[in-house]
Design a protein around this ligand. Sequence first.
Ligand code: A3D
Length: 320
Amino acid sequence: MARDKIALIGSGMIGGTLAHMAGLKELGDIVLFDIAEGIPQGKALDIAESSPVDGFDSKLLGANDYSAIEGADVAIVTAGVPRKPGMSRDDLLGINLKVMEQVGAGIKKYAPNAFVICITNPLDAMVWALQKFSGLPRSHVVGMAGVLDSSRFRYFLADEFKVSVEDVTAFVLGGHGDSMVPLTRYSTVAGIPIPDLIKMGWTSKEKVEEIVQRTRDGGAEIVGLLKNGSAYYAPAASAISMAESYLKDKKRVLPCAAHLSGQYGVKDLYVGVPTVIGSGGVERIIEIDLNKAEQKNFDKSVASVRGLCEACAEIAPSLK
Ligand code: A3D
């Protein structure tokens, strides 16, 4: 049986980390693509040279031509520019929209059957544009943000509660980062919801609010520390979990930026919602009832995503 083929479009900090993680997990053969000459080739060779030590068999190839991604089963898109300190994700819009147009054309031509995971920021708008530029089915184009946001939330909660990260689940909705909507009543330690843990004296409402805010600002906190670039280990791990769920038909329940066609009262936008990811791509979108406060936050988040998509359509009228 042939191995699965994973195309990484963009071979920067996240792209390189994705290649390493996909190799270590033996997800398949890996193609690193980038417009920068030498970078994808160098990273592919470097990681291939680590494979005898770690004992994984994956072919690694670096390329500057889209033909190398031909027939890919999964494509993970990080092409574009990341944030510098003081820049918001939205500042990246104009530059990265042009990149999405090229990437969409490349995927359409060479990997029309792939499951596409977009990471490029501003995420919710870029994945929306990428789906339109590529023309791939909406079930097969998703954005990675929720897994990362909820992983950050889980990590901070586990640290607060002094329990294993494995036993903390978190539920987030809405756009990536600043407009993320964490649902504390659906976030648990081994099934015990956070509001109950507050009643049990494990933590306070104020502390949870602090953690929610730190999660929202999680990307900026890393940008501030690194000074030259943004997070890449946790974003890569998050996208790999989505790719693995698709390739192995695990049907994991993962929060992703998925195309909404009426769910949560939203039409033709990509917004972060809980999804089931299996061999059919996004197989299901899970709709839960929101209380008033959650609905208000969600609406605010959707409005900000809509604003970004409208700004994209102004720049690239073919998106209208
Ligand atoms: P970086 O290390 O700069 O890598 C980006 C790569 O894209 C570089 O190697 C560029 O040469 C390449 N590139 C630029 N233009 C093109 C093009 N037209 N075609 C192909 N490749 C191109 O950035 P990074 O890997 O740190 O981050 C990549 C993206 O992910 C950025 O937009 C970040 O803002 C975004 N990001 C998103 C999240 C989310 O949670 C959604 C988290 C962290 C970063």
